[in-house]
Ligand binder design. Sequence first.
Ligand code: GDP
Length: 207
Amino acid sequence: MNPVYAKARFITSVPDPALLPTDTGREVAFVGRSNAGKSSTINALCSQKNLARTSKTPGRTQQINVFELGEGRHLVDLPGYGYAKAPEAERRRWGRFIEAYLTTRRSLQGLVIVMDIRHPLRDHDCQMLDWCQARGLDAHILLNKADKLKRGAQSNTLLAVRRAIKEAGWPATAQTFSAHKREGIDQAHARLDGWLGYDVEEAAASN
Ligand code: GDP
């Protein structure tokens, strides 16, 4: 396992993408419906308990949190969506700024979309995938909380999601994941490594 993830550290929290650190280097962003387990997923991938704060009240964290891995490499935790009780104005503001971030951020290499495996590809998830397609940005879907389903049901959902990806022509891959059981970590790291340019460096170093 690439040791950089365990060394991830929080660097800033901003209310607007315009206030993010300079748009250089490489970054990977995380989005997902509130309560899908986005914070737990970031914590599991970085082997840290409280790096991303898991929300007691879904939808409360409307900030963008930035974590630094190594030199010029960042993970960006975008606010969760789909929280039914969020005021309409707040939801519209969220849509505008996520779209602005996804379409203009040049250092953004890939988008991780965290979904609850029991409710995959909801409206906003598909909206994210459409934006990725429009911009030509790669996405990776983590079907989280896989521990809630039996193996057979997990693979059926994964197959259905992969079929939907193919039919829509989304530039995305998908896997099952469990933040609680720490399942699927290596596969997710491999995708992040590729986006963050770590595999390229390792290959160059071994030549
Ligand atoms: P966020 O709102 O998307 O950041 O979600 P959180 O990380 O705060 O998690 C929301 C709820 O889902 C919490 O009660 C977590 O304990 C639970 N959760 C997160 N990941 C998993 C998982 O892999 N399996 C199960 N069973 N529950 C999970």
